[in-house]
Design a protein around this ligand. Structure first.
Ligand code: MRU
Length: 350
C-alpha cells in the first residue's frame, strides 16, 4: 500500500490513523490541509512526510495564485515554510521541501507548478530506490533462524518503497531466511500494533506483538538476534532520533549484548547536527496519553508529558545502514553521506 501518490486530481494520502481496519484516502487541496494531515499523523514516518512536503510545494505553487501576480515567489516560499515546520524531528521534511525549492529558484514563476511536481516525483523515485538499497545491504546482517525486534513503523507505509528497518526484515525473508519478528506496540499511537504487524502479516513474516514494556524482558527471556529500527534524524556522531521508546530499547539491548541496527536513507542524516543534543524532539499533546477515540482512561485533571521521539546515543548503536552503505562506530562515514541521494541505475528519473 502506497502511503501517498499524486493523481491527476492532486495529492492523495492513505489516512494511516484509520489503519489497519479502514482504508480511507485524504485529498488535501490546500497547504493548510496538508499541514494538518502531517501534524495529525494521517501521513507519517520520516521519508513519507518528506515526500508529502515535497508534493506540498507543488500544492503551494498552485495555491499561491497565478505566477504573474506580484509576490508569487515569496507566497510560495511562505507556504513551503509552513510545510517544513509541520513536524520538527524528522529532518527529511525540511530537507525535501528545501530540495524542491532549490530546483525552483532559477526558474521563472510560470514554470514553478510543473517543476515542483517533477521534483517531488523525482524525490519519490529516489526514496523507493534508497529503500531497495537499504534493504539489500541490511538483509546481510540478518541470520537465518533469527528473532528480531522492531519498534514503531519503518515499513512501506512510512516510505515510498519497501521500508527501511522493516525493509531489511522483509528482504531477508524474501531471500528465504526464516525469521521471527517481535513488534512493539509503540504507545501512545500504536504504530507498531496497527501498522507494523499489518505489514509483517502482508509479507508473510511470522510476528508477535509485544507491549513496549515487555521488550527488555523479551531480550532476557526469549533471546534476540537484533533490534532493527528506523530513524527520524541522525546526527554526525551517530546519535539517532527515533520513536519514543527507542532509547530504552537500545539501553536494554546494550546491556544484553544484542546488536542494534538503525536503517535510514541519507536524507535522514543531518550535517547540521554534530551530535544528538541539537536534535529537536517533538512534544505532542498529553491527550494522546489520557485516552483515545472518545474513551478516556486517565482521571480528569492528571498532567502528562508526551515526547514523540527520543535520541539513542551512538555508543548503543551497532550498525547504521543507509542507501550509501553500512557504517559502524565511530560512524565517521556519515558526514560524507549526509543529504546525498543515491540512485539505482535502472530507475527512470524525471
Ligand atoms: O511519529 P511517526 O509515526 O511519524 O514516527 C515514525 C518513526 O519513528 C519511524 O520509526 C521513523 O520515522 C522511521 S520511518 C522509516
Amino acid at each position: 500500500m502506497e502511503p501517498l501518490c499524486w493523481q491527476s486530481s492532486g495529492l492523495e494520502l492513505v489516512d494511516q490513523r484509520q489503519l489497519p481496519h479502514r482504508v480511507t484516502r485524504l485529498r488535501p487541496a490546500t497547504v493548510a490541509e496538508l499541514v494538518e494531515a502531517i501534524a495529525g499523523l494521517a501521513v507519517r514516518g520520516a521519508p513519507a512526510i518528506g515526500l508529502a512536503g515535497a508534493y506540498g510545494v507543488a500544492l503551494a505553487a498552485l495555491e499561491a495564485g497565478p505566477p504573474e501576480m506580484p509576490g508569487y515567489a515569496p507566497r510560495v516560499r511562505a507556504l513551503a515554510g509552513r510545510l517544513a515546520r509541520a513536524r520538527p524531528t524528522a529532518v527529511n521534511l525540511g530537507w525535501a521541501v528545501g530540495r524542491v525549492l532549490a530546483e525552483l529558484a532559477p526558474l521563472p514563476g510560470a514554470a514553478w507548478p510543473a517543476a515542483a511536481l517533477a521534483a517531488a516525483r523525482r524525490l519519490h523515485e529516489e526514496d523507493r530506490s534508497a529503500c531497495r538499497r537499504i534493504a539489500a545491504q541490511g538483509a546481510e546482517l540478518i541470520r537465518d533462524g533469527g528473532r528480531y525486534l522492531t519498534h514503531c513503523n519503518a515499513g512501506p507505509l512510512a516510505t515510498s518503497g519497501v521500508g527501511t528497518a522493516l525493509g531489511i526484515l522483509i528482504e531477508a525473508a524474501r531471500q528465504g531466511k526464516r525469521i521471527e519478528v517481535l513488534a512493539c506496540e509503540t504507545r501512545p499511537l500504536l504504530q507498531g500494533a496497527r501498522l507494523t504487524t499489518f505489514e509483517l502479516l502482508e509479507a508473510g513474516i511470522p510476528c508477535r506483538l509485544i507491549a513496549d514494556g515487555a521488550a527488555a524482558w523479551a531480550m532476557a527471556r526469549l533471546g534476540l538476534d537484533g533490534v532493527v529500527i528506523g530513524a527520524d534524524r541522525i546526527a554526525m556522531n551517530g546519535d539517532t532520533a527515533n520513536k519514543i521508546g527507542s532509547y530504552g530499547l537500545a539501553l536494554a539491548a546494550h546491556w544484553h549484548g544484542v546488536p542494534v541496527t538503525v536503517a535510514a536513507p541519507c536524507s535522514t542524516l543531518d550535517a547540521g547536527c554534530p551530535d544528538g543534543a541539537g536534535i529537536p524532539v517533538e512534544e505532542r499533546s498529553p491527550d494522546e496519553l489520557t485516552g483515545h477515540g472518545g474513551t478516556r482512561w486517565a482521571p480528569h485533571g492528571v498532567g502528562g508529558w508526551n515526547p514523540a521521539f527520543d535520541v539513542v546515543p551512538a555508543e548503543w548503536i551497532t550498525n547504521i545502514v543507509t542507501d550509501a552503505g553500512l557504517c559502524r562506530a565511530p560512524f565517521s562515514g556519515l558526514r560524507e553521506w549526509a543529504g546525498q541521494t543515491t540512485q539505482d541505475p535502472g530507475v527512470p528519473q524525471g
